[in-house]
Design a protein around this ligand. Structure first.
Ligand code: ZN
Length: 241
């Protein structure tokens, strides 16, 4: 806007959010769009969150992160790993048309302002986002009051993807968290749906959770938590208030 309140001629970049549960192909779709843009001779810069120990304290699991972080490499698109959202702005070249960010829910809440700034600079922004946590709540941005919902709200276009429910085959919009419960004499692990409270419990506040963690530590060959996609009818969250 100029002083008279009329729009200036400068173009404002479009914000696109591609979101859904785990295993819904969000990053694939983001990278498909990146490849199309490159064919169209657009300059694209791709970013992804660097995986470090800070994230282990949040709802995010190392198991999932380890898998997700290599996805862009597998399809041949090099993503720049960043630890903090504010690293993005100085890295964006003047002639870049599109800034694409994988797994943007794992970056800190400064990303919100970075996105808005890039848009005002005329850059298009494309995000892939896990939209819900394992409790079907908006995915929280670590150490802040923001959720992924804030990014969806400022997007000009959003695409909600579904995975396939591993139980019944219906469209799956939720990520089911399963916690290691027992191991049979034959060495087969058994997993059960994780409690609503499983990640907010701190050491000593729940004997049962502490025992589960201890059990997992004694059986390091099996991950303590695993995830799968489930539909709204098959998704289970024990102890949900
Ligand atoms: Zn189902």
């Amino acid at each position: 806007m100029n002083a008279e309140g009329k729009p200036s001629n400068a173009l404002v970049g479009k914000i696109t959010a591609i979101h859904g549960p785990m295993f819904s192909g969000k990053t694939e779709e983001l990278l498909r769009r990146v490849r199309r843009a490159k064919i169209g001779r657009k300059k694209v810069q791709l970013f992804k969150p660097a995986i470090d120990n800070r994230y282990h304290a949040t709802q995010v699991l190392p198991h999932f992160l380890a898998n997700a972080s290599d996805e862009s490499v597998q399809v041949g698109e090099a993503a720049r790993a960043i630890a903090q959202a504010r690293e993005i702005l100085p890295l964006v070249d003047a002639d870049t048309d599109i800034v694409a960010i994988e797994e943007a829910q794992f970056l800190d809440d400064a990303l919100f302002d970075v996105i808005r700034k890039l848009s005002r600079m005329g850059k298009d922004i494309m995000l892939s986002l896990l939209d819900q946590d394992y409790r079907r709540l908006p995915f929280p941005i670590a150490h802040s009051k923001r959720t992924v919902g804030d990014y969806l709200a400022i997007a000009h276009e959003s695409l909600k993807l579904a995975a396939i429910c591993v139980v019944c085959g219906a469209d799956a919009h939720h990520s089911q968290k399963l916690t290691l419960h027992s191991i049979s004499p034959e060495g087969k692990p058994s997993y059960r749906p994780a409690s609503f409270h499983s990640e907010v419990v701190t050491v000593g506040t729940s004997q049962e959770i502490a025992q589960v963690k201890l059990f997992a530590e004694r059986n390091p060959e099996f991950p303590q938590n695993i995830y799968e996609a489930r539909c709204r009818n098959c998704h289970v969250v024990p102890d949900e208030p």
